[in-house]
Write a protein that binds this ligand. Structure first.
Ligand SMILES: Cc1ncc(COP(=O)(O)O)c(C=O)c1O
Length: 363
């Protein structure tokens, strides 16, 4: 048995959808992209959705949509994929990092206020592993200081905070449709927002400042962040299966929770009562030597991932901003302890049973 940490589910519907686009010859951004945007608007209860090439460009264009300037500051977490901080750096703004909560692994809202200055423009919270950050508290702070709240929702499609879908828990949200995500299009990204101004700025940036009506009239600087109809066609079929995929992820997580909750060498992930967790990752915290556990998973051919082995303030190009080891003790501590195990819906029941048996025996 060799069980991968993730595996995309590609069925007849995705194959047919791609084939139909290829046969039509209409490969670039068109009707399929518009249809995928519509699905996101409905799911996220958002006024606008803008499809782009990937989750990184979704983050970048969202910040462009806010018209950030060099010197502006964006508050975010050190415990994420590097795209979160890179997207801020790419705008010329300064990422201001805030440590995380030890139980949810998300930004600690109680530490945000002390980092706010007159240059702070936005809070970019990450919904790590499929659980939203605490938007009740984050939105309260943002309101007090007139800041924009952006969700890095790359891992949280279908998640909710107090019944509000990820995608409208803050003012904007950025999704990834990368092949390993809960729904995927190979590569792909999406931004949701209720703001007409932000949407219009992003719309222009997506295709070199052109408004879609007048060719070669450039209203602003821009880039080519357009999604293809081929990718969108896959995404459309995947979105129809989101509920099925999420239910299976949550079902497997529930089985793991039950089986592992009393083990001594590791702890199960904490799902906050306010949140509907969609388990992009099922992440164990290893209380004794992590390497021994990893070696054990290797021996038993159980795939795993370390998301993420190094907090972002310790990555060279980010530490240069003025960060050093010791600045974010919780992020540093958990980075040494986390191991994610397979929870994707392509797992068979016998694979789930096998993982449970092996990890229970490890203790
Ligand atoms: C938290 C987070 N942010 C941003 C991204 C970037 O998305 P993409 O890989 O689609 O560019 C990812 C995906 O890997 C992610 O997990």
């Amino acid at each position: 048995m060799n069980i991968p940490i993730s595996k995309p589910i590609i069925e007849d519907e995705e194959l047919k959808a791609v084939n139909d686009v290829l046969t039509s010859g209409l490969l670039v951004q068109g009707e399929h992209v518009a249809q995928l945007e519509q699905q996101f608007k409905e799911l996220c209860k958002a006024k606008h959705a803008l499809a782009v090439t990937n989750g990184t460009t979704a983050l970048h264009i969202a910040l462009i949509g806010l018209d950030l300037k060099p010197g502006d500051e964006v508050i975010t977490t050190p415990f994420s994929f590097v795209a979160t901080v890179n997207s801020i750096l790419l705008t010329g703004a300064k990422p201001v990092l805030v440590d995380i909560e030890e139980d949810s692994f998300n930004i600690n809202p109680d530490l945000i206020e002390e980092k706010i200055t007159e240059n702070t423009k936005a809070i970019l919270a990450v919904n790590l592993y499929g659980q939203t950050a605490n938007y009740t508290k984050i939105n309260e702070i943002a309101k007090k200081y007139n800041l924009v709240v952006i969700e890095d929702a790359a891992q949280s499609i279908g998640a909710e905070h107090k019944g509000t879908p990820s995608g409208s828990a803050g003012n904007m949200a950025c999704f990834s449709l990368y092949a390993t995500k809960n729904v995927m299009s190979g590569e792909g990204g999406m931004v949701t927002t209720d703001s007409d101004d932000v949407y219009n700025r992003m719309l222009l940036f997506r295709q070199h400042g052109m408004d879609g009506k007048n060719k070669y009239v450039y209203h602003s600087i821009g880039h080519n962040y357009r999604m293809t109809n081929i990718h969108a066609a896959i995404g459309i079929e995947q979105m129809k299966k989101l509920e099925r995929f999420t239910n299976r992820r949550r079902e497997i997580a529930g089985l793991y929770d039950e089986a592992f909750k009393d083990l001594s060498k590791l702890s199960i992930p904490v799902a906050n009562d306010d949140n509907y967790h969609v388990y992009h990752q099922y992440t164990l915290t290893i209380n004794d030597d992590k390497q021994t556990f990893i070696d054990y998973l290797d021996e038993n051919e159980i795939g795993y991932g370390i998301f993420y082995p190094k907090p972002l303030h310790m990555v060279s190009h980010i530490s240069k901003i003025g960060y050093t080891e010791g600045d974010f003790p919780i992020a540093e501590k958990v980075a040494d302890m986390v191991v994610s195990i397979p929870v994707h819906p392509a797992l068979t029941q016998s694979e789930v049973d096998y993982i449970i048996e092996k990890i229970t025996n490890y203790d």
